[in-house]
Design a protein around this ligand. Structure first.
Ligand code: CU
Length: 388
């Protein structure tokens, strides 16, 4: 193809690329920012429109001036030399001051919204506080205000359940590298930083259908499985939320076949709470803690090595909310975890409780393959799914 033909096709190519890009913008999409379902996302969309409209006005004015200049001052004959100009103080002041005014105007709602999104809820209703910890490559959520009679709280991975029309205050930190919490329909990206606490208020206007939670994901590149570090936010009405909480506060019931394998291999990293013939027992790393404690700004975050598997059967997805919780997926995950989700378990560093007390931290980069045989895998899968 010669250059001329390529040039002729260029506008058409641009149009195709543009339409493909624009297809990502339809508001129905579960991760679209154009369809806010809560006040924080709404406030951010308002700023987006402010900036877009401001930008459009600037673009139109500048392009119009440019086109005008091109035609008005073009060379009209071969020997003509346009008037030569050096510097124009008035013009320079003008094109410094006008953008400065534009930026100052946009700064006001931007800063207001930044503070609004991070401030603690003022509501006098009972608060819903959630601790969120980013891990390579999954999310840990602890419901610190939902406490069982023996002091247990609810701990989930990747799936978040919140009541509609209530403020839920997230206190977040990271166990390893910088992550970013982002459920586009509810909030803008908020970085989750090791050694620091960041906050975010989630408020959802209405319940979501059970099979249609709001989707989100980690929005700060955090290594190998960054793309598989997703979030599902289920919004319930008040009764539905209370029912969910009550269910999650119960211990798991069944042990049965698969339990011996689970205890031998899996409780090195995973915690699970079981009703062991009337006694409620939590198995897993360093009871009564969860594996590692992150002390950030004087606050002790209890943090896990791996997802807490109590009520794992009630989750719709697993492994960073990437795979549906089905027998097939679960079997292949336990058979060879890294084949389903890219992870790097060869570089795990498991430390003892004392080492962790000395300030060393576990570095866990994924779940190892324990080479279980098919019968063991089947039994463990059945056990996990019975914990609903
Ligand atoms: Cu991440």
């Amino acid at each position: 193809m010669n250059l001329k033909r390529i040039m002729r096709m260029l506008p058409f190519l641009c149009l195709v690329i543009l339409s493909i890009a624009a297809m990502g913008c339809y508001p129905d999409h579960n991760q679209s920012t154009f369809d806010p379902k809560g006040p924080v996302a709404e406030a951010q969309l308002v700023i987006f429109w402010w900036i877009l409209i401001g930008g459009l006005i600037v673009t139109v004015l500048v392009e119009a001036a440019l086109i005008y200049a091109i035609f008005k001052f073009r060379r009209k004959s071969d020997d003509e030399m346009p008037k030569q100009v050096h510097g124009n103080t008035r013009l320079e002041i003008l094109w410094t001051v006008i953008p400065a005014i534009f930026l100052a105007v946009i700064m006001v709602p931007t800063i207001q919204t930044l503070f609004y999104a991070a401030e603690a809820p003022k509501s006098t209703l009972p608060q819903h506080t959630l601790e969120a910890i980013g891990h390579q490559w999954w999310w840990e959520f602890e419901y610190v205000d939902e406490v069982a009679s023996d002091g247990r709280t609810i701990i989930t991975a990747n799936e978040l359940h919140i009541p509609a029309n209530r403020d839920v205050y997230l206190t977040m930190t990271s166990a390893d590298v910088i992550h970013s919490f982002w459920v586009p329909k509810l909030n803008g990206k908020r970085d989750v930083v090791p050694g620091r606490i960041t906050n975010l208020t989630l408020h959802a206007d209405a319940p979501t259908p059970l099979d249609h939670p709001h989707l989100g994901q980690c929005a700060e590149f955090c290594g190998l499985a960054h793309a598989d570090m997703r979030i599902r936010a289920f919004v319930h009405d008040a009764a539905g939320y209370n029912e969910w909480v009550a269910g999650q506060l119960e211990p798991n019931l069944a042990t049965g076949p698969g339990w011996d394998t689970f205890r031998a291999f899996c409780t090195l990293c995973h915690q699970v709470t079981i009703d062991d013939g009337g006694a409620i027992v939590t198995f897993g790393p360093s009871i009564p803690d969860r594996g590692l404690t992150l002390t950030v700004d004087g606050v002790d975050f209890k943090s896990s090595r791996a997802p807490n598997l109590t009520h794992f059967g009630s989750r719709s997805t697993f492994a960073g909310a990437t795979f549906a919780n089905t027998v097939e997926h679960l079997s292949s995950f336990i058979d060879d975890p890294s084949s389903l989700k890219p992870m790097d378990p060869d570089r795990n560093e498991l430390r003892t409780v004392d080492e962790i007390k000395d300030g060393q931290r576990d570095r866990i980069l994924g779940m190892p393959d324990y080479g279980l045989d098919q019968a063991e895998i089947d039994a463990v899968v059945r056990l996990l799914r019975s914990w609903n």
